[in-house]
Ligand binder design. Structure first.
Ligand code: APR
Ligand code: ZN
Length: 241
């Protein structure tokens, strides 16, 4: 049940945690997952986003991520990515950007120190020794690992059933946050789907900026519906006014 909203919850916060999902990149032309034409309508999660799927057919998984890497490379950051970078650059708030996305549009939009909790298309990982290195545009399992030379190359993406990255840092920031803002996510995948509750339990105000109501909208102190390229710049302008 949303709590009474403080006088102006968006002007007072010092420590802000922002979580983004596929919706922030949608207006850059990158497919989301659960829309009618989403990625999970075209591919079975168990085939392309699980360790078992990779073990069964690594070439299929590499085709899926090579296509997403190419789509991300040809996309441009939009006004929402750039607004968050502007907020970070203003330096007036302690802002942590956490993303579920694996594209690099936050960084190409000017943001720094973005936490990719589901990994990144820009990374390659050796399934044998755990070595990480910059991903080539087109990756194949037989690419030899630069460290152990095994033919065990996989995308550095966190698949279902694997442990998301940076969780200690994220949970620590949620415990300290004055404001948690969720942008462009359907709130259906944990642990990210619990972040609003985690932050609220620690006393933060919570704000959702999303095209449509999500599975979690009722949990937020305030929820605004609309395209991220309109809502996020307006929210950042209200903070920097
Ligand atoms: N502006 C704002 N929000 C938008 C826009 C837009 N232009 N377009 C779509 N959205 C919203 C949708 O309303 C939806 O709630 O973005 C959300 C996208 O939801 P999903 O497709 O489920 O993507 P996401 O929430 O990021 O998925 C989370 O699930 O499959 C895993 O690892 C994958 O990181 C992903 C995770
Ligand atoms: Zn290796």
């Amino acid at each position: 049940m949303p709590r009474p909203i403080a006088a102006d919850p968006v002007s007072a916060p010092q420590k802000i945690v922002v979580l983004t999902g596929a919706g922030i990149s949608a207006e850059s032309g990158i497919a989301t997952f659960r829309a009618a034409d989403g990625l999970w309508e075209q591919h079975r999660i168990e085939d392309v986003a699980t360790p078992e799927g990779f073990a069964r057919d690594p070439a299929l998984v590499h085709r899926f991520y090579n296509a997403r890497r190419a789509a991300a490379a040809s996309a441009a950051p939009n006004a929402a990515h750039k607004a968050l970078a502007r907020l970070q650059a203003a330096g007036r708030h302690d802002l942590l950007i956490v993303t579920q996305n694996v594209d690099d549009l936050h960084e190409r939009g000017g943001a720094s120190s973005v936490l990719h909790m589901h990994g990144s298309l820009a990374g390659a990982l050796c399934a044998d020794c755990g070595h990480r290195w910059p991903a080539p545009a087109v990756m194949a399992q037989e690419d030899p690992c630069p460290a152990c030379h095994a033919a065990a190359t996989r995308p550095d993406i966190v698949w279902f059933g694997e442990i998301p990255y940076h969780m200690d840092r994220i949970w620590g920031a949620l415990r300290e946050a004055d404001l948690f803002v969720s942008i462009g996510t359907s709130g259906q995948v944990y642990p990210a789907a619990a972040f609003a509750q985690d932050a609220a339990r620690a006393g933060a105000q919570t704000l959702e900026l999303n095209l449509d109501p999500s599975a979690l909208t009722a949990e937020f102190d305030e929820a605004r519906q609309g395209p991220a390229t309109r809502l996020v710049p307006a929210w950042v302008d209200s903070l920097l006014a």
